[in-house]
Design a binder for this molecule. Structure first.
Ligand code: DX5
Ligand code: ZN
Length: 245
């Protein structure tokens, strides 16, 4: 089987919290690849959401991985709690940790995949010296703290730059790092976001605000697959011209 080239990660920030078990089961049935779990602390971001106890409560309801996005400061103390609560992937904002390399090691030693999150104005250089410890890079396409905000267009340019860095790393190391995008992702812009280089797509309000989760996830998958196929064709054509020149 061809390895899957993209992942859809509904953010439960926009789910009905009174029915969280039903909601995560519904998105898994509807074809979601990850559960995106937004943790906010009213300190690093101006909002307060859910923690490890809710993660542990959600865990038995789904078999897909739980993608924990920590918007908290400090970071380290929560890592072990989330690993025990069944998180599979833990990402954090580097400026919220005093020792980024150590936090990445803590996450990996706890048995989870690890990633860094870049706010819209954060330079990508933060990833350069820790690539070997990264499984995923998450670019924010809104300022973190709330669901339902509009996609910041500049994120498309930044995605292209991140894609180039991660492709170069994959070429030299043989190891793939996923590239996730979070904020304002909808059915009508996800194709352009995929073309810019993202392969993992968080969507909160677009999925949980829709009547039919399956139809929405399906439409997103089709748009991403079409964009990835078009990019692959363009790359092959470029290669053909280059080799026949
Ligand atoms: C924002 C969160 C996002 C948010 C996305 O701080 O990290 O995951 O839920 O919500 P939408 O898709 O509605 O922009
Ligand atoms: Zn998030």
């Amino acid at each position: 089987m061809k390895p899957q080239r993209f992942l859809i990660a509904p953010s439960i920030l926009s789910a009905d919290f009174a029915r969280l078990g039903d909601e995560v089961r519904a998105i898994e049935t509807a074809g979601a690849d990850l559960v995106h779990f937004d943790v906010m602390d009213n300190h690093y971001v101006p909002n307060l959401t859910i923690g490890p106890m809710v993660c542990a409560a959600v865990r038995p309801h789904v078999s897909i991985p739980i993608d924990v996005h920590l918007m908290v400061r400090p970071v380290d103390r929560l890592v072990g709690d989330f690993a025990k609560a069944g998180a599979n992937l833990i990402t954090f904002h580097p400026e919220a940790s005093d020792h980024v390399d150590r936090t990445l090691s803590l996450i990996r030693e706890a048995g989870c995949k690890a990633g860094l999150v870049f706010n819209p104005a954060m330079p990508l250089e933060w990833m350069d010296h820790v690539l070997d410890k990264l499984d995923i890079v998450l670019l924010m396409s809104v300022n973190p703290g709330f669901g339902g905000q509009s996609f910041i267009g500049q994120a498309l340019v930044k995605l292209g730059e991140a894609r180039a860095r991660l492709d170069a790393y994959e070429q030299s190391s043989g190891r793939r790092i996923w590239l996730e995008i979070d904020g304002g992702v909808k059915v009508d812009n996800i194709g352009a976001i995929a073309a810019a280089g993202a392969d993992t797509f968080v969507a909160g309000s677009a999925i949980f605000g829709a009547k039919d989760y399956r139809a929405t996830i399906e439409a997103m998958k089709q748009a991403v697959a079409a964009a990835q196929a078009a990019s692959a064709r363009a790359r092959a054509e470029q290669q053909r011209r280059y080799t026949s020149a």
